[in-house]
Design a protein around this ligand. Structure first.
Ligand code: NI
Length: 207
């Protein structure tokens, strides 16, 4: 019995050792280990993954529904006073500049505020920025999961003495371009102009 226990213990240690070695290999060597674990092997950041959300028509959708097209994803919330509408305006303008060339792109606005962003509310909102723009929301769990996959941070900011429903959301402002295979292609930082975005998108899309 004691020997069996010892064997099992050794086996467990071996499994842990293999897992640790595999993890280190995944992250890669060097000084980036502690600061940039998101930079993956082959130079492609580990951004994205499966999601299940609800679109502006109240229909359940998954990432697989957009396979074969380029997802241009932005995370935010419709009550955002400035950053979200500004950036979504830039996305819409960039798509207008591209014209027919934008056809393979699906612009997607993912809400990080599902409590207030109902599908109906999103439907009224996204149409202001581009006729093809999709609005996605879901349960709190679904939104947490997609944010985790895309490494998007968000947090509710309550204001002292203000209407409890009038809260703000602190959130990452970044746009991701995901390829027809659902994998990360590029990102656009906050402050990108519509012209720059259109040019980079044109360069990234197959001609
Ligand atoms: Ni915002």
């Amino acid at each position: 019995m004691n020997r069996l226990t010892a064997y099992l213990g050794l086996a467990a240690v071996a499994v842990v050792a293999v897992l640790v070695v595999n993890n280190l290999r995944d992250i890669g060597p060097g000084p980036t280990l502690a600061t940039k674990p998101e930079v993956a092997v082959k130079g492609r950041p580990k951004i994205g993954g499966p999601f299940t959300l609800v679109n502006q028509d109240g229909k359940t959708v998954t990432d697989a529904d957009y396979r074969g097209r380029y997802m241009l994803l932005y995370f935010g919330y419709t009550f955002c006073p400035d950053v979200c509408p500004t950036f979504l305006g830039i996305v819409g303008e960039a798509l207008d500049i591209l014209g027919d060339k934008a056809e393979p792109i699906v612009p997607i606005f993912v809400s990080v505020d599902p409590e207030r962003d109902t599908p109906a509310h999103l439907k009224e909102y996204v149409v202001n920025f581009h006729p093809t723009m999709v609005g996605l929301t879901g349960s709190m769990e679904q939104v947490y999961e997609v944010a985790r996959q895309y490494r998007v941070y968000f947090s509710k900011v309550m204001q002292q003495g203000a209407d409890p429903d009038g809260y703000l959301m602190d959130h990452t402002s970044i746009t991701y371009l995901m390829g027809p295979d659902g994998k990360f292609v590029s990102h656009f930082a906050h402050g990108t102009t519509a012209e720059t975005m259109a040019k980079r998108l044109a360069d990234l899309l197959p001609s």
